[in-house]
Design a protein around this ligand. Structure first.
Ligand SMILES: Cc1cc2nc3c(=O)[nH]c(=O)nc-3n(C[C@H](O)[C@H](O)[C@H](O)COP(=O)(O)OP(=O)(O)OC[C@H]3O[C@@H](n4cnc5c(N)ncnc54)[C@H](O)[C@@H]3O)c2cc1C
Length: 395
């Protein structure tokens, strides 16, 4: 099938999944999330929420049925994450499991798939940690310094990762490390490998995980590797091709996190409209003022447009078509639109937006992240400029 033959069904929208996920979310209202945020250093993990998602099979939605998952297309996973955020929950607490497992599925050996995927699907093993970013290396992944050196029966890891979210709540970590020094490879994308690490074992053997005090409850950490031995069986696919494997997974990540941003935007629009209709100032509802109404309407319109791009990217992904451009643009547009909705909601609520019990400041802080991680909007614009529009590489 070519991209021009692709037809997108706007009706197939998984209404049952939306309804069931929304019902699950009702058990995790605003005060559940607010209480978690009170734990030092910057919040504690929503364990009960993640357990409920795991038991209901939502985190295994994209794992094929033969490995114990639901075998849904990516659009199904996107709908789940969108609904979680639309209901005021935090999809980010569990989303990595949906896309990191794709690396095992696509590039793992028969044994790795048979061993790990059913355990991830059942929740016996949590794969929530994805170690790419380092203190000196964010956007330019090829510059990572963490290295994996070959030993007799495996590798030994040295280096440091930063912003590794959920590392303290994950049994496994997908780790990107250099196996050949950068000055010994033809292209800087070569010589990087992907490993699936047993974090519980690693922490007994030189790996230390320290939480970062951050502005949102993302359970994000620094991870130090000091001569950590790992078995040869931890390598995914071929040594030196890890950068390519990670890139392969990016489109899924972009589609899923874009859907999350759509969910956040819808959360803000609903809150904004309710408040704008209800709050009376100068003897009339504030929603009657164009200064309040129009930013909400603008945010809604942009969100709907971004949602179409998310649907297109998912449809192309599910049809097996190359969709780097669409997935990136979906991510960009959804992040920007949801941020616009967040800002409109914040303004509409006046001083009450600052009161924690309204949950707006919490979701507003969370939503700002979409413009920075997992990829910053600048880097997406650079991708669009170069790969879609054919301008010189800007990064
Ligand atoms: C809460 C949180 C959770 C995270 N979770 C994870 C995780 O689980 N795993 C993980 O590996 N990482 C994670 N990250 C890291 C995240 O992916 C990086 O922060 C992000 O990729 C940007 O990298 P950086 O912060 O090093 O910014 P830098 O690469 O240092 O860039 C700084 C700024 O400069 C801009 N910039 C750089 N070069 C250019 C250019 N050529 N043109 C235009 N602009 C440019 C960037 O867009 C950015 O705005 C997380 C980050 C946060 C904040």
């Amino acid at each position: 099938m070519s991209a021009s033959e692709l037809s997108m069904s706007l009706e197939e929208d998984y209404p049952e999944i939306r309804e069931q996920v929304a019902r699950l979310c009702a058990d995790f209202p605003g005060d559940y999330w607010r209480d978690l945020e009170k734990q030092p250093p910057s919040g504690s993990y929503p364990t009960a929420f993640i357990e409920a998602l795991t038991e209901s099979g939502y985190l295994a939605a994209l794992i094929p049925e033969e490995f114990g998952g639901a075998g849904l297309p990516i659009r199904g996973g996107a709908v789940i994450l969108e609904t979680l955020n639309r209901m005021g929950c935090s999809a980010a607490a569990g989303h990595a499991q949906m896309y990191t497992m794709g690396t095992i599925l696509r590039h793992g050996s028969v044994q790795q798939k048979a061993h790990f995927l059913p355990k991830i699907a059942s929740g016996e093993l949590r794969l929530q940690a994805f170690g790419v970013t380092e203190p000196t290396t964010g956007s330019d992944t090829t510059q990572i310094k963490t290295k994996a050196e070959k030993t007799g029966d495996g590798y030994v890891i040295n280096g440091q990762k930063v912003w590794t979210s959920r590392a303290q709540h994950s049994d496994l970590m997908l780790l990107l490390a250099r196996t050949t020094p950068a000055d010994q490879v033809e292209k800087k994308t070569h010589g990087i490998s992907t490993f699936l690490i047993d974090l519980n074992e690693a922490q007994k053997n030189g790996c230390t995980i320290t939480p970062i005090d951050a502005m949102i409850n993302h359970n994000t950490c620094e991870v130090f590797f000091d001569n950590v031995p790992i078995p040869a069986s931890a390598l995914i696919g071929e040594e030196g091709r890890g950068f390519r494997y990670i890139l392969d997974g990016m489109n899924a990540e972009r589609c899923l996190t874009a859907a999350e941003a759509i969910g956040s935007g819808r959360y803000f629009i609903e809150k904004s409209v309710n408040y704008a209709n209800e709050r009376v100032v100068f003897n009339r509802p504030i929603g009657q003022n164009q200064g309040i109404q129009f930013p909400i309407a603008q945010g809604h319109a942009e969100l709907e447009a971004a949602d179409l791009m998310v649907r297109k990217a998912c449809a192309m992904f599910d049809a097996g078509l190359p969709c780097g451009g669409e997935a990136n643009m979906a991510r960009l547009l959804a992040a920007e639109a949801s941020w616009k909705c967040a800002e409109a909601c914040f303004s509409a609520h006046g001083g009450f937006a600052f009161a924690r019990e309204y949950d707006i400041e919490r979701k507003w802080r969370e939503t700002r992240l979409s413009r920075t991680a997992p990829i910053s909007t600048n880097l997406i614009l650079g991708y669009v400029g170069q790969h879609i529009l054919g301008m010189p590489k800007s990064y």
